[in-house]
Design a protein. Structure first.
Lengths: 199, 199, 199, 199
DNA sequence: AATGAATGAGCGTTCATTCAT
DNA sequence: CATGAATGAACGCTCATTCAT
């Protein structure tokens, strides 16, 4: 029987199509930034027609949001997992684990992170992934304060400070160094975290 | 002779024109973001014709860069001035002055700062104002290390960390609080800086 | 065997499906006009899939035509029925019946009429329902002339004129008045018809 | 000196440009209808770039409105001029003049008229040219009633009726006849008008 | 030096239509 | 018969940039 060459299966599981579109978008955003990326480029890289995009997303903003959701969920999961490894009363270890895990997660995704959370127009820090991470760190810090593991002025303030400091040094390393020495970065960060909480 | 009523002097000192354009651009960027602001809006607010823009700048990117330069210069000047107030051997005081002055300068301009340094496309940290500030802080920290005023792992790393931490808490305050308690913010930041350098 | 819960009977008598689609289209055309109505809206209101539309019609134009046919047939039937009520030699009564019945039919459907016969692109008066009605009136007028019931220059011309005059006043009433006084409208129209044929 | 071929004068008096655009639009609307006509076709026929269109009009709707305004003004002027020719107490003559002038004006522009006043979506008879013409006829009829020149039930009703009847016969002639016998059309219309007002 | 009319590439979005299931 | 995911041509509109005056 004469095989119809062109016949890719015309329909795929929606979840898959959606993912392909998201992945295509992510790669393009990373390569050229959000603004310059056109819907046409996204669909063409995902190997579908332009209209198909609008079957799964309502606009470029919309993919961006979907990407951000996925990003945030993954991130928090990996941080929590690392901390959970430590003994329940090993507060120093928990903080070190936080630093190491967060550094690591960000190093793997700093480009995406910045695109996702700085490109968007109205800098509404509301609902940002960062907040999820910061809130989580805040809880960790506060818990440590409550059990007397360390001391600090204000857990929220410190959490914001540490998180942004971390983000900064990762960004910096990402920009300046070809091969990043992750261990050294993590080590330095740990020390700074310890100092920040007074241990 | 029939006087042309409308005749404002058609030409102004170039420096002045340029400044008016930059100011118009800045206000619009602040109000609506960089992307949505059109050249036409800028020229119309500066009360000149569209073509005039291109006599002074080659593109929107170009005004942005000019604005960024001006911003960085002003910022560094004010920080240096604050530090210069302290006695030459008062390292603690210098660091405190740095914290207070930088907080203050950023609080006054955080909106502009974010627009200038996060809106731009391909996050080339190269040439960022921030670098100027960070370099300056780095020198301060290193000088302190050299005279034994404090101790730390790596001055550059610490400078990046502190600067970004600071930036983060200012952003956070800016987003969450209606009336910002500057003194408290400065105070907390100073303490964190001291801890970070081990004093 | 696992019963598919949702299973409505998937197929219906073709005539019924077709009618449901036409009715859905009619309601939407009335609500938003022909142009803005999409095939998807039609099928979704008729509770079938988009592709099903093309099983019964070849395009939007095509439903429009089907709707127009149905409209014209119904209209003519009701007008003829009203006239048939009058005695065969009661020409005055026949004309009055024509006026009253036509007014009445149009009042009930003026929105649909205008959408059906004015929305379409290249105003080809050819094949318009109106022609059917006009032709019928023409025959009535000519018959009256032939038996000496009234006199006029040209039966076709008069028919066109009367029909359009009628249509105009109905449109006007429809646009301007909240509650239309049908009896008064009919009465005035009758008088004008009588005058037009010289009685 | 080497003549620069391409240099058509780049700017024209705005009024002229605007008119060229309107004329291009009118021709295309007439040829293919409003809907199918694209902005690009309009600008290309007016020999300007696409963007230029938006310097003078804000949308296709907008040219349509401009065209309609121009149309209405011209029409009323020509009708009034014809009536003004008659002696002040020659009511029969005035009505005849109205019929002849209006027929004539519509015959010259019926295609444009229908496109302008039937294509537009929300059949808001409000603000239509037709209203201007109808109002004017209404005043004429009422004035005739007031001086006892003729009698009728309701001047507004009659005006609407006559105007629409006229429009219908012109449309009909336009559609069916190759060469229209204007004199005969006018003559028949006059007679019908006379009958309608009872003279 | 200053103007602003004109340009035209480019983008997001819609939707009638097809066709594999 | 019925479905609805996929298609892709087409359109309106924006705006940075140019250039004749």
């Amino acid at each position: 029987m004469p095989a119809k060459m062109k016949s890719r299966p015309r329909t795929k599981p929606p979840e898959e199509r959606r993912n392909e579109l998201m992945n295509a978008a992510r790669r393009l955003f990373l390569e050229q930034g959000v603004g310059p990326t056109t819907i046409e480029q996204i669909t063409s890289r995902a190997d579908v027609a332009k209209g198909t995009f609008y079957l799964y997303f309502s606009s470029k903003e919309d993919v961006l949001a979907a990407l951000a959701d996925r990003y945030g969920d993954d991130l928090l999961v990996s941080i929590k997992a690392a901390i959970a490894q430590r003994a329940n009363d090993d507060w120093r270890g928990k903080l070190a684990a936080w630093a190491t895990a967060t550094i690591s997660a960000y190093l793997d995704s700093i480009g995406l992170h910045d695109i996702l959370f700085y490109g968007s127009r109205p800098h509404t820090r509301e609902g940002l992934v960062d907040n999820v991470i910061i809130d989580h760190l805040y809880e960790l810090l506060q818990a440590g304060v409550d059990v007397g593991a360390w001391s600090l002025d204000d857990a929220r303030f410190t959490a914001v400070f540490l998180f942004n400091g971390l983000h900064g040094v990762v960004d910096d390393a990402h920009t300046r160094e070809k091969r990043i020495n992750r261990a050294r970065l993590a080590h330095r960060l740990e020390r700074l975290c310890f100092r920040a909480v007074g241990i």
